[in-house]
Design a protein around this ligand. Sequence first.
Ligand code: NIG
Length: 266
Amino acid sequence: MTTHETRQGTSPVILGFPHTGTDVPSAIWDRLNDNGKLLADTDWHIHDLYDGLLDGVTTVRATFHRYVIDANRDPAGNSLYPGQNTTGLVPTTDFDGLSIWKDGETPDEADIAERLRDFHAPYHVALAAEIERVTAIHGVAILYDCHSIRSHIPFLFEGKLPDFNIGTDMGKTCDSRIEQAVVAATASATGYDSILNGRFKGGWTTRHYGRPETGVHAIQMELAQSTHLQTEKPPFAYDTGKAERLRGHLKDILERIAAIAPNLKK
Ligand SMILES: N=CN[C@@H](CCC(=O)O)C(=O)O
């Protein structure tokens, strides 16, 4: 089973897609309960949503599902949000806090070690290699990590999530000009709301790679799925009309950050 797909380009921008994969090996699939088999926490269609928006962009996409192992979690198993409801490296629940494994089939330490080796590590080896390659071309690289999530999830947050959720771990993971360019682009998107470092501050990928002092900048975009899906429940169908409108704004965001790259110094 392949673990990831890489498309190489020469732009300074790299798109990461840790959660759009839906591949689950049969031995793992058989351990999921009926709720887990819905794969409800997938970032549905997000790689299609961003397809073709920026010339020369590099993309790295995990093809395995986050219930196999979550490529956006610390491989050491540390929580993204200690003390708050969240999901882990190999999640035991979905975003609603409901079990995803059959009774007695919750992955153990040996399962987690195996999945780290077979899925999490190969994805991050590929992503790190692209960051290194792009940095060798431009002196800098901008990793934009692409996500989506349902707009109402009481287990994780109150009320309705804004449409654009920008995460930079409180400004630590990228130059402020990148952060401000994305904030400005989302603020000018009429009919959408947005927030910087609200409930979603950037996952492990953004926090791990974003080291502005070394020339590697990272920013996460968490889109509310109501901006591009027909409904936020199975079958999580793509809404072409909504998506086309949104794609104009995503293109604007990506072009703005690509234009900043030549001005970023190590
Ligand atoms: N769709 C995925 N959302 C991310 C959110 C990370 C964060 O808290 O910023 C995830 O769970 O990995």
